[in-house]
Structure formats: structure tokens, C-alpha cells
Design a protein around this ligand. Sequence first.
Ligand code: HEC
Ligand code: HEC
Length: 214
Amino acid sequence: MRRPAVTSLIVAAIALASTAVRDAQAATLVVPPDPSALNATQLVSNACSRCHGFHGVSTSPLFPNLAGQIPGYIETELRLFRQRGRSDPHARAFMWGIARALTDEQIKGVALYFSTQPPVAGKGSSNPALADKGKLLYENGAPERDIEACTVCHGHNGEGVNTQPRIAGQHRDYFVLEMDQYRSGLRENKVMHHVTEKLTDDEIAALVEYISTK
Ligand code: HEC
Ligand code: HEC
């Protein structure tokens, strides 16, 4: 398996994240989520917008966009952060502290708020051959290697299905980082570990090239 591309991306990501870690510390010092703040818009403005943007379009390519995200997925992830069940490095550094104080009502409120913001639109690919390779894998999987099609769980256009997340309109860097972390097990999830464990870096690059057009 070829790893260097993702490894250098992660090195760059960590360099970028260290500035963000300082920001995060400042953010949590200034605006601890107030458990009595029931107004989702106000809560987002005080406690989330600094990283995820007031309309769910985040301020760093390593912070996920939340605009148009499936509400049930947002709720699931916030509960996972709160109970420390999602424990990759960025989850620990950025989300554990914030999610700890959130009530179930607040989680529902912010999930509804972000899910109703307009998602980021896809852009044309500068490498159509690579995007085509990604499309093939996205829509058909690779049955001979027991890799399921992404379509089944994330929808034809990456819009999400039931409580399975929207992956269209996401930052490329965040997408690649999460795929790599599912593969290595840093972000623990049985379903996505199974999907990613046999994927190569080149295949992940093809998938992100394709989904970015959606
Ligand atoms: C200091 C920056 C920062 C702040 C403030 C912040 N987040 Fe996050 N959030 C992140 C990062 C970074 C991640 C990705 C964590 C990872 O990679 O595991 C994330 C992940 C998430 C996710 C999971 C998204 C996905 O696609 O899996 C949700 C939901 C979320 N944040 C909601 C919120 C809400 C709601 C607030 C406000 C109450 C908030 N965040 C405040 C940085 C932040
Ligand atoms: C059997 C269902 C299933 C299949 C097939 C599947 N996924 Fe997923 N995917 C999920 C679920 C469920 C999650 C949320 C897991 C969690 O909570 O960490 C997820 C999460 C993700 C995430 C992280 C989203 C975020 O915002 O953090 C990405 C990226 C992703 N999947 C990409 C893919 C790609 C690309 C494929 C095809 C190669 C694929 N998935 C196939 C069910 C699936």
C-alpha cells in the first residue's frame, strides 16, 4: 500500500491544526457553552461558529462543514463526542470539551439549525479521468474485494441516507483525513473500517476527486 501522500497531508494538517488548537483554547476560554442557552442560533453563534462558521461552512479545511448535514448524524456524533466514543486526535482536541456540556435539547437544536443551512455546491474537476475512476468505485464498490458501493449508505449524490452522513459539500482535506483514520482505526467505526481497510491512497484520492464535483 502506498502511504506517503496521506502521510504528508497529515503532517501538513497537524501543522495547521496547532494554530487551530490555540484558537480552540481561546474559544473555549471565552465562550463555554451555556447549558441554559436554548436558542440554537445563539448557541451556534457563541460556541460553534468560530470553527464551523455561522452557516455551517467551516473556517479550516480540517474542520467539517455542517451545512445541510443530516440532523440524525449530527446528533449521533455530538453524543459520541460527549461520551468520548469518537476519540481520534481532533475529536479529543476540539470537540470533547465543547460537547461535554451540551444537553440533549441543545444537541437537537443545533442539529436542526445546521441541517437546514444550504450545503456547499460541488465544483468541476480539474482531473476528469481521476474523477471517473472515483465515480466507478463510488457507485459500484469493488465486489471482488468485498468493498460496498458508497451509494448504498451515502446516496447517489453524497447527500446522505437516513442517519448516514452527507459527504458531498465537504472539505477535501477533512474527507481524506477521516478515510485514513477509519482505515487505521483511529476513528473507530466498524462499518467504515470495513469499507476503507482495503482501499489504497490512490483510490481515496479518486473518491475525493469525484465527490468534490457533487
Ligand atoms: C475550536 C473549533 C471547534 C468548535 C468551537 C466546534 N467544533 Fe465541532 N468540530 C471541530 C473539529 C476539528 C471537528 C472534527 C473532529 C474530528 O476530526 O474528529 C468537529 C466535528 C464536529 C462534528 C462532526 C461532524 C462530522 O462531519 O463528523 C459536529 C456535529 C460538530 N463538530 C458540531 C459542533 C457544534 C454543534 C459546535 C458548537 C456547540 C462545535 N462543533 C464547535 C471543531 C470545532
Ligand atoms: C454500509 C454503509 C456504508 C457504506 C457502504 C459506506 N459508508 Fe461511509 N459512513 C457510514 C456511516 C454509518 C458513517 C458514520 C460513521 C461514524 O459515526 O463514524 C460513515 C462515515 C463516512 C465519512 C465521514 C463523514 C464525516 O462527516 O465525518 C466518510 C468521508 C465516508 N463515510 C465516506 C464513504 C465512502 C467514500 C464510501 C465508499 C467507498 C463509504 N463511505 C461507504 C456508512 C457507510
